[in-house]
Design a protein around this ligand. Structure first.
Ligand code: HXC
Length: 510
């Protein structure tokens, strides 16, 4: 018995050592933590339970039988974050570059199956040289099995991918299918083909960082949802994000005790909207003032800044917020902002997270750039996402709500449950000047007449009352009481039941 225990401890020691001290030092030297150190930071202290620590690959090509590291380059298992169950895999770059063999993939699949079976989220910490080259097609098959499980789990359990090193080639497609991609600045990158191939095929010279680093994917491509300074900060933020998410699609939006009164009035909101309707203001200020303890986890903060999306809590319950940002492009909807918001709305809807929409939108961005690139199709994504969402939907129009964009932004017509407007709101088919110029085209050459017509139109239509008279707005509310109104509205919708007709799945414009 004793001998077995000694053997067990020895085997554990060897598995934990990964590729040895030299490789651990190299990992640290790059400012990166090891796979196990990362798991320790991600999970509650002492909560990690490992699976398959002794698994080895079975490859015999290229002398691979000479190196059979225990664990095969990935640490897998489960634990808790703030006491809530989560399944984790963490690739160990110290072991054969964290490359994915058939058995490495099998280990990941095992915990994916467990996560799906037990209704708990999956977090993948990616740091890998990709397909294990010595294993060839067996490795590709392993990836395929992971992809298939990612797809099956989509909309059932939240899946978060954290990119903490290389993630290249087809390997990027597992994270791409998951709900959120979080990157570490300077030490992680993602691309389908690397800089050398790019140079050969297109003659472009580009570094790995420029091609697929965190700045590229958070600002240009929108592949990543957020990026943080280093491993420590990234894992702390992943814990924060996790706290906003339900365990699965049936467990309901998570709730925790809140010490911020739902009755809290915010008098400063009464003067948030400037007198001049063309002057911007910061919509984030409103979000922070509405949220419990001003806690807001923003998704894609660096991309399409004309729309803001992320999570807050009201009375302790997670709420997804979508808000036009008048500070950027006057808050217009365009291709990027519609895509960004549509994906967020759909995530919340899959996981029963209620939606709060804050509207100040002058319309869709005009121009050939937008039309040629398909603003019709991409704008329709947001319209579709709101229309299909059956979670509680509460909307507050703070200022402009013009034209098609008014309808898109969770209007009553798309089954909004509560549609509020501030007294400063203007629900209209378009801005007053544009409207006057179209209706009174014959007056176009007379600036005075056009100004009078504009003022006339403004007086009649630039307010919330016409929409309120028709019941498109349920109530015109005072800005200072918005938090109180919202908490009451969401509380009343807790048992909302709404269903779309049966279908295999819908055909959202892609
Ligand atoms: C086997 C690999 C490996 C791989 C790295 N290693 N990638 N072993 N298969 N894919 C090994 C290295 O041989 C080395 O072992 C150790 O890991 C560390 O790698 P280094 O090259 O020393 O590290 P570094 O300089 O940091 O470079 C990291 C790297 C580079 C940029 C990731 O290793 C690299 O380019 N690797 C190959 C990437 C690749 O082409 N992968 C296949 C892509 S195709 P020793 O023992 O020498 O220290 C793909 C398809 C997926 O992934 C398809 C899914 C459908």
């Amino acid at each position: 018995m004793n001998e077995i225990l000694i053997e067990l401890e020895k085997r554990r020691e060897t598995a934990r050592a990964g590729g040895g001290q030299k490789r651990t030092d190299a990992q640290h030297g790059r400012g990166k933590l090891t796979a196990r150190e990362r798991i320790e930071l991600l999970l509650d202290e002492g909560s990690f339970e490992e699976f398959d620590m002794f698994v080895t690959h079975r490859c015999i090509d290229f002398d691979m039988e000479q190196q059979k590291p225990a664990g095969d380059g990935v640490v897998t298992g489960w634990g808790t974050i703030n006491g809530r169950l989560v399944y984790v895999f963490s690739q160990d770059f110290r072991v054969l570059g964290g490359s994915v063999s058939a058995t490495h993939a099998k280990k990941i699949c095992k915990i994916m199956d467990m996560a799906l079976q037990n209704g708990a989220p999956l977090i993948g910490l990616n740091d890998s040289g990709g397909a294990r080259i010595q294993e060839g097609v067996d490795s590709l098959a392993g990836y395929g099995e992971v992809f298939q499980r990612n797809i099956e789990a989509s909309g059932v359990i939240p899946q978060i991918s954290v990119i903490m090193g290389p993630c290249a080639g087809g390997a990027v497609y597992s994270p791409a299918i998951t709900d959120f991609i979080i990157m570490v600045k300077d030490t992680s990158y993602m691309f389908v083909t690397g800089p050398d191939v790019v140079k050969t095929v297109t003659n472009e010279k580009v570094t790995a960082e420029e091609l697929g680093g965190a700045a590229t994917h958070t600002r240009k491509s929108s592949v990543a949802d957020a990026a943080f300074e280093n491993d420590d900060e990234t894992l702390a933020e992943v814990r924060r994000l996790f706290n906003f998410l339900p365990l699965n699609n049936r467990s309901g939006s998570p709730s925790r005790p809140s010490f911020d009164s739902p009755e809290r009035l915010e008098v400063s909101l009464d003067t948030l909207i400037p007198q001049n309707p063309n002057q911007p203001y910061d919509m984030k200020e409103l979000i922070l003032k509405l949220a419990d303890e001003a806690d807001f986890f923003e998704i894609q903060a660096e991309f399409a800044k004309n729309i803001i999306v992320g999570f807050i809590r009201l009375e302790g319950r997670s709420i997804g917020v979508i808000a036009n940002q008048p500070m950027v492009l006057a808050g217009v909807l365009d291709i990027d902002s519609a895509r960004k918001a549509a994906r967020f709305v759909r995530f919340c809807d899959c996981f029963e997270i209620p939606l709060l929409t804050l509207v100040d939108v002058p319309g869709f961005l005009p121009g050939t750039g937008q039309e040629y690139n398909g603003v019709i199709k991409h704008g329709a994504k947001l319209l579709f996402a709101y229309g299909e969402a059956t979670v509680p939907k509460v909307t507050v129009i703070t200022r402009k709500a013009y034209g098609g964009a008014y309808v898109v932004m969770s209007s009553k017509h798309l089954r909004g449950d509560f549609n509020y407007a501030w007294p400063t709101s203007e629900v209209a088919v378009m801005g007053a000047r544009g409207a006057a110029e179209i209706i009174h085209r014959s007056d176009l050459n007379d600036p005075k007449k056009i100004a009078n017509r504009t003022a006339e139109y403004e007086k009649r239509f630039a307010n919330p009352f016409i929409a309120a008279e028709r019941g498109f707005i349920d109530e015109v509310i005072q800005p200072h009481s918005t938090r109180k109104r919202l908490t009451r509205a969401f509380a009343s919708l807790q048992n909302k039941k709404s269903q779309m007709p049966w279908k295999k799945h819908n055909n959202i414009p892609l």
